[in-house]
Write a protein of this length. Structure first.
Length: 419
């Protein structure tokens, strides 16, 4: 098993490899790249990783042997009773006691303490791993936010370009009195509306890009790969297969199991603490010039305190962890079913919208051509433009919703860890 230090070095290497694998400094970032970079370079994840290192340090403390104890005392006979021929520190006038003792833990305390430290370290590591899954999920969703801001900006740019061309044509037609000035003004108003929307969307896109930059731990914002197919992991078609996979691979369930193991180890340690320790000592005791040596043994008599409170607390904590594990198992099933059903529904909705958008584009082209030939009114053209724009916008919103449901399904089943 790798130490936390080795894991941190491996993560640092992953950052470097991840950055160089993307090529140039401004290379486009796909969703898979975003997840990998976030796992390795997210500053909050780096801070979270230290929890495992901190917990692992308890193993050092648990493995230490108890310190021996040394004590001494000197007793002097009062002046009125001293033997005058021996002096104040003479042997007949003094008693010395030098004692060296060593506590001997019984009941397997040291072994239980080391086992508890190991279980706690595993629990902390599983929590770090669970946090890494959430970081990967957040990176994917933030990548989607950046993509959605960019695709909306492209939509408005395309709509504005269409209107820009129409305005240029209508300006010439108005000069030639082919159309009224009102028609020209109405197209110019729509042009200005698109210009204002474009400025707002550019700001939104820049903000989302910087947020993604922080999440990935990059020194500066980088463009995303707009052509990414956004399907880094294949999703099984069977609900039963997904449920079985999720029950095995969900990181929060591994963390719950590690918590239960830690609580069980804590209970065993508290039972060990109820066993009294023995203190073995060696004594050197010269009394009034006569040397004495001896051995001593001390032990607590467990009449009143047998660690009952901490044992009861550990029992309740173990039961709490067991119930939490069962709750996580139930949540996994619910999360997986909800996520899968939502994913399937939005997949079908997305397919239907893809067919509608083609029809809206054909209608707009036909009406634009008819309007420029004077065969229909400006109102018909503006209505077709609005329908095309709203349909495209709804398509992108539907596609965003579908991709979000896909990402939610990866999180719910644990498939996100395969990226």
């Amino acid at each position: 098993m790798r130490s936390p230090c080795q894991a941190n070095w491996a993560a640092a290497a992953a950052v470097v490899l991840g950055i160089f694998s993307l090529g140039a400094e401004n290379a486009a970032v796909g969703v898979r790249d975003a997840v990998r970079l976030a796992r390795a370079g997210n500053p909050f994840q780096w801070a979270k990783k230290m929890d495992a290192d901190i917990s692992a340090a308890d193993r050092i403390t648990a493995g230490l042997l108890p310190n021996p104890q040394a004590s001494g005392q000197a007793i002097f006979i009062p002046d009125s009773r001293q033997r005058t021929d021996a002096g104040l520190l003479g042997g007949p006038n003094t008693q010395w006691l030098l004692q060296f003792s060593y506590p001997v833990p019984l009941g397997g305390k040291r072994k239980r303490a080391m086992d508890l430290a190991d279980r706690n370290a595993e629990w902390a590591s599983s929590q770090v791993a669970d946090a890494a899954v959430q970081t990967a999920f957040d990176a994917g969703r933030k990548w989607l936010d950046v993509w959605f801001a960019a695709i909306n900006r492209q939509l408005v740019e395309e709509a504005k370009n269409n209107i820009d061309n129409l305005v240029a044509i209508n300006e010439a037609r108005a000069r030639n009195e082919v159309i009224t000035k009102v028609e020209l003004i109405r197209t110019q108003i729509l042009q200005e509306q698109y210009s204002l929307q474009l400025r707002s969307l550019e700001r939104d896109a820049a903000n989302e890009s910087r947020s993604l930059q922080i999440m990935l731990g990059l020194p500066e914002a980088r463009p995303i790969d707009m052509g990414d197919a956004f399907a880094p992991v294949a999703v099984p078609e069977s609900m039963d297969a997904l449920l079985a996979y999720a029950q095995v691979h969900r990181s929060d369930k591994r963390a719950a199991r590690a918590a239960l193991a830690s609580m069980a180890s804590s209970l065993a340690y508290q039972h060990a603490l109820a066993v009294p320790d023995v203190s073995v000592s060696a004594v050197w005791n010269p009394q009034n010039g006569v040397p004495y040596a001896g051995l001593g043994v001390g032990i607590d008599v467990p009449v009143f305190s047998r660690n009952q409170g901490n044992i009861r607390k550990a029992e309740l904590s173990e039961e709490q962890a067991r119930r939490a594990l069962r709750a996580v198992e139930q949540r996994i099933e619910t999360d997986t079913r909800n996520a899968y059903e939502t994913y399937r529904e939005r997949l079908e909705t997305n397919r239907r919208y893809a067919a509608i958008i083609a029809q809206a584009g054909q209608v707009l082209d036909t009406i634009r051509y008819a309007y420029l030939r004077g065969q229909t009114t400006l109102i018909d053209f503006l209505e077709a433009q609005r329908t095309w724009f709203e349909t495209r916008k709804q398509l992108y919103e539907t596609l965003l919703s579908f991709r979000q449901s896909y990402w939610d399904l990866l999180l719910a089943t644990g498939l996100i860890e395969e990226i």
